[in-house]
Design a protein around this ligand. Structure first.
Ligand SMILES: NC(=O)C1=CN([C@@H]2O[C@H](COP(=O)(O)OP(=O)(O)OC[C@H]3O[C@@H](n4cnc5c(N)ncnc54)[C@H](O)[C@@H]3O)[C@@H](O)[C@H]2O)C=CC1
Ligand SMILES: Nc1nc(=O)c2c([nH]1)NC[C@@H]1CN(c3ccc(C(=O)N[C@@H](CCC(=O)O)C(=O)O)cc3)C=[N+]21
Length: 307
């Protein structure tokens, strides 16, 4: 067995070092406010991890627990409060389109998760800056962004290729097409040049920029490819099924595959190590690092605006 099991602390470490350095230079430390309006244990755990990481890096973190019926007013209050630099909400709250409405209630100036329409639209359209002068980068959703950093770290991104095309030639299957992780992730990787199979219970979609990357942004295609067929040809398989009973059958995977799991449940069996060249069992620590990085960016833009 020659499988490399990646410790994501190593991926997060250089980002944390840079964050600490930036934060040490700030007189007033940026404040992240997180709203917990559900009783999802995964959200609670994530909140605890975020609190701990923020304390370690020197950021201020405040968890505001409230009833979901109060959430909208509480967000508006935080939007208008100059002392608050970043806002996040743990999803799902109501589920469905009402959560989409909540995502858009957070001001884009404070949206650390990059989930409001302005950022999501920019991401799907491969627009990377907020302004024509390209002084302000768009905020990207934390877990999809963390996945990009991990795939860069393990060399799935090919540095010989031009920035923006570095996944050209890679085939990637993503099992989860949720609005907060799976679908944006599929778009992001396809925009960087990959051919992506996006899998969910209601079927499979194909995303790519066409032969020779002739398109500037990805397009989405209906496909007749089955999950087994997709797994057989995929260089990378990313899973995010939130159920402990769901397991990818390792025998269906390509020898030497890069396997990444972002679900709190383990979606790969232990025998993945006999098939994969690289296995990433969890990504959470990089997600939190990206959350903090987004907060610092927003803080910087807010400071610039006040001058
Ligand atoms: N480590 C991290 O940074 C993060 C981890 N998570 C974790 O990732 C998991 C997923 O999170 P969300 O996308 O927010 O959850 P979600 O519940 O919104 O979405 C899960 C998706 O998986 C799909 N699914 C379920 N069974 C499937 C199957 N057999 N085949 C294909 N698709 C299937 C569902 O239909 C749904 O679209 C959770 O365990 C969550 O805690 C979420 C965000 C960040
Ligand atoms: N708006 C929103 N954004 C989210 O990103 C979001 C959410 N809502 N709702 C809940 C889920 C859950 N989630 C986790 C992220 C990291 C760890 C995490 O740090 N896990 C550690 C493991 C911790 C341990 O060792 O126990 C790791 O992966 O290394 C866990 C769970 C984010 N979520």
């Amino acid at each position: 067995m020659s499988c490399e099991v990646v410790k994501v602390v190593d991926v997060a470490a250089p980002f944390i070092t840079e964050l600490k350095d930036q934060i040490s230079k700030l007189e007033v430390k940026p404040l992240l406010v997180a709203f917990l309006a559900n009783d999802d244990p995964a959200a609670k755990k994530y909140a605890e991890w975020t609190a701990k990481t923020c304390a370690d890096t020197g950021l201020r973190f405040e968890l505001r627990e409230c009833a979901r019926t109060e959430l909208e007013d509480k967000i508006v209050e935080a939007n208008e409060d100059d002392k608050v630099n970043g806002i996040m909400v743990y999803y799902p709250v109501f589920g469905g389109t009402q959560d989409g409405y909540i995502q858009n209630t957070v001001s884009y100036r404070k949206d650390v998760e990059g989930l409001c329409h302005k950022y999501i639209y920019s991401m799907y359209h491969n627009i990377r800056y907020l302004d024509d002068a390209q002084t302000e980068k768009c905020i990207l959703p934390c877990t999809p962004l963390a996945m990009v950093k991990i795939l860069e770290h393990v060399g799935v991104y090919n540095k010989v290729l031009a920035y923006g095309n570095r996944l050209h030639g890679r085939t990637i299957t993503i099992i989860n097409r949720s609005e907060v992780v799976g679908r944006p992730l599929a778009a992001l990787l396809a925009n960087d040049g990959a051919k992506v199979y996006s899998v969910d219970v209601d079927g499979i979609m194909e995303l790519h920029r066409g032969q020779g990357l002739k398109l500037k942004k990805h397009e989405v295609f209906e496909t007749k490819v089955t999950l087994d067929e997709a797994l057989k040809v995929s260089d990378v398989v990313i899973t995010g099924v939130p159920s402990p009973n769901y397991k990818v059958d390792s025998s269906k995977l390509k020898d030497g595959v890069v396997a990444v799991n972002f679900s709190t449940a383990k979606n790969f069996n232990d025998d993945i190590k006999e098939k994969a060249s690289i296995y990433v069992p969890s990504v959470g620590k990089v997600t939190v690092a990206m959350l903090e990085r987004n907060l610092l960016r927003l803080h910087e833009y807010q400071t610039k605006e006040k001058l």
